[in-house]
Design a protein around this ligand. Structure first.
Ligand SMILES: C[S@@+](CC[C@H](N)C(=O)[O-])C[C@H]1O[C@@H](n2cnc3c(N)ncnc32)[C@H](O)[C@@H]1O
Length: 299
């Protein structure tokens, strides 16, 4: 009998634990990826930085059982969650491999497609990841990245620079600038593709806005704290944080009152490269120790 005809909905605690599938933040980029990605049968696919299982499990469902997918991530707790989803969704075509993409545990020329949703801003060594992608992809294999770009929340950064100037703390501006600009541009990301033996075969840019009532709501928002505040706090001397953030919150609130809320731009891109040649690199010396490494988010 066709397997799906025997499906029954099991409203168990285990089911509901993974029903709320992913952060809203990840969804915008995942939708861009799912919109443009060309689906083909019989693919071997890697999702780099698969985190808690997105877009890995969704792609597994959309590609079906002729394809085999692997999620690569060093984040131990996220991998546990991803495995629980794979079990709950009864997916037989996906596996999680706990590792860094700086050393992908596959032979050369063995993979058809590599995707990474919001991965690139998080890699400590993007050069090593690109080299590895080139090594494991088959000739003409595809590498697809979706990411937020430089320009991310430019309204917020502009108010932050003004605040530092008002406080006479111009010397702290370069650190903030570096934080803002760690996100690539389409040009800088494309350069990485080209330097590692790819041609850019397709590229799409989109833009969305995030709206908050004011700066106080923004700075207290759970996901803002997790994804961004933690890295801002590391940019400045501890004993100056109270002064800086009190002024910043005040300025953000004034801006919000004048502008009907705090509206922040998010430019994003889908960039697809095709492997044209083998990039000669060694990868054995890039293996990262997984146990004991700190998990960092920087998005
Ligand atoms: C912003 S999260 C995105 C997670 C998921 N793809 C999503 O869309 O929700 C970035 C992920 O990249 C992972 N990551 C960071 N460095 C990595 C590396 N060298 N190799 C593989 N994954 C890495 C992090 O552990 C994290 O899960």
């Amino acid at each position: 009998m066709t397997e799906y005809l025997s499906y029954t909905f099991d409203d168990s605690e285990e089911f509901i634990n993974t029903f709320d599938e992913l952060p809203l933040w990840s969804a915008s980029f995942g939708l861009l990826l799912l919109k443009h990605l060309e689906l083909q049968p019989n693919l071997t696919v890697i999702d780099i930085g698969s985190g808690a299982g997105f877009p890995l499990t969704e792609l597994a469902g959309r590609l079906g059982n002729s394809c085999k997918l692997y999620g690569l991530d060093p984040w131990v707790n996220a991998n546990k969650r991803a495995k629980q989803k794979i079990k709950n969704y009864n997916l037989s075509n996906v596996e999680i491999i706990e590792c860094s993409a700086e050393a992908i545990p596959f032979p050369k020329n063995s993979i058809d497609l590599i995707v990474s949703n919001l991965g690139i801003n998080n890699f400590d060594n993007p050069q090593a990841v690109f080299s590895e992608c080139n090594r494991v992809l088959k000739p003409n294999g595809r590498l697809v990245l979706t990411s937020n770009l430089n320009g991310h929340w430019k309204e917020f950064y502009s108010i932050f620079y003004t605040t530092l100037k008002q406080l006479g703390k111009e010397s702290l501006i370069p650190a903030l600038k570096q934080d803002e600009e760690h996100r690539g541009t389409v040009e800088s990301i494309s350069k990485l593709f080209i330097e590692h033996g790819f041609i850019i075969s397709r590229h799409f840019e989109e833009y969305f806005e995030m709206k908050f009532l004011d700066g106080s709501a923004f700075l207290h928002h759970n996901f803002v704290k997790l994804g961004w505040l933690t890295s801002w706090l590391k940019l400045f001397p501890k004993n100056e944080l109270e002064e800086i953030f009190t002024s910043l919150e005040h300025n953000l609130n004034e801006h919000s009152a004048r502008n009907n809320g705090l509206i922040l731009s998010v430019p994003m891109a889908y960039i697809e490269g095709e492997k044209i040649k083998r990039k000669e690199t060694t990868f054995s010396n890039t293996i990262k120790k997984i146990n004991g490494t700190e998990h960092r988010t920087k998005i």
